[in-house]
Design a protein around this ligand. Sequence first.
Ligand code: 5CA
Ligand code: ZN
Length: 409
Amino acid sequence: MHAWPASEVPALPGQGRDLRIHDTATGGPVTLTPGPVARLYVCGITPYDATHMGHAATYNAFDLVQRVWLDTKRQVHYVQNVTDVDDPLLERARRDAIDWVGLAERETSLFREDMTALRMLPPRHYIGAVEAIPGIVPLVERLRDLGAAYELDGDVYFSVESDPHFGSVSRLDAAAMRLLSAERGGDPDRPGKKNPLDPMLWLAARDGEPSWDGASLGPGRPGWHIECVAIALDHLGMGFDVQGGGSDLAFPHHEMGASHAQVLTGEFPMARAYVHAGMVALDGEKMSKSKGNLVFVSRLRRDGVDPAAIRLALLAHHYRSDWEWTDQVLQDAVDRLGRWRAAVSRPDGPAADKLVEEIRDALAEDLDAPAALAAVDRWAALQEERGGTDTGAPGLVSRAVDALLGVAL
Ligand code: 5CA
Ligand code: ZN
């Protein structure tokens, strides 16, 4: 499917920094040194409702990853999926008595508009689960032929015991895994499974649900984890630089996906770093489509909120922290945007070369966007208090804030 238009990324003087980032699999920081083309896979939306601030915060984190790499003069091969067929989407379509295809298309379109407005750089490949099915079927067949998958009443499950590295992404114990599996789309209590954690690879056709030709698997539809694996392996191959998503994807989604890929290819690891963004809450609870406690990007835009202010509200929180969306968070961002715009609208100002380096340093150190904002705040305060004589400074600040933070002043 098509992605969305890219906003231009201004080139900056000087040299960008290599990114040091927290890797869930090792539990500590790793310095990433991709080749000339960095490879990034970020899990996309399940399009049954509009983009909320939690989604936006997660995509903001990986947009920063991309911008740091672009600043090191690398290209970025970025792939994102759309889970355009899955249980929650079908359930919502049934609840609202609408066509699931139409629902997915409508919400995916809205997501593209939100991403464009927020200046999130698009993926090079934006791939739907449905269009990936012809590539998924042979992978499931291969897993079965390798003895890593088994059939249960026509459905096909992956055997987690087939991967000696299983557990290496989330590093959770079996009890914690079992709990999360039940919460996040797994079926640990289904009788007949070899291991309660085993995830579905291929779901045999059910009455009233869409299904596709599965060759030797029979008609059905793909499980969730194999969807992302098929898309990632097809477009990026093994050993790509970053697998990304919110922290709720570390287990089971990224754990299972890594296991599928590792068994399929005999290589380890699937990704060099597994990077997870914290959860955004509203009224004390994780913002989620299933709970319905949502603040939508599109709603704020309709209410006349400048997308640059939404973006600044996201950037004011470290990507790894869990945080709460409030009206005050947005108001602070609106105020900051006003101060920054006033500061760069003057013909001259305090020299800004050091500021560019401070933004680079902050982002290179585990994407510390709040520190980057603080550095720009200091420059804007200096501009307001004393001004300066550097005629290139306001333009340089605008370009740096755009290129590195995705905020157009
Ligand atoms: N389609 C799958 C991934 S393959 C999926 O998880 N879709 S989603 O629409 O539920 O979420 C899209 C992304 O937003 C995921 O990375 C998820 O971790 C992230 N996300 C969801 N809710 C929040 C939240 N409250 N805060 C931060 N990130 C969130
Ligand atoms: Zn995914």
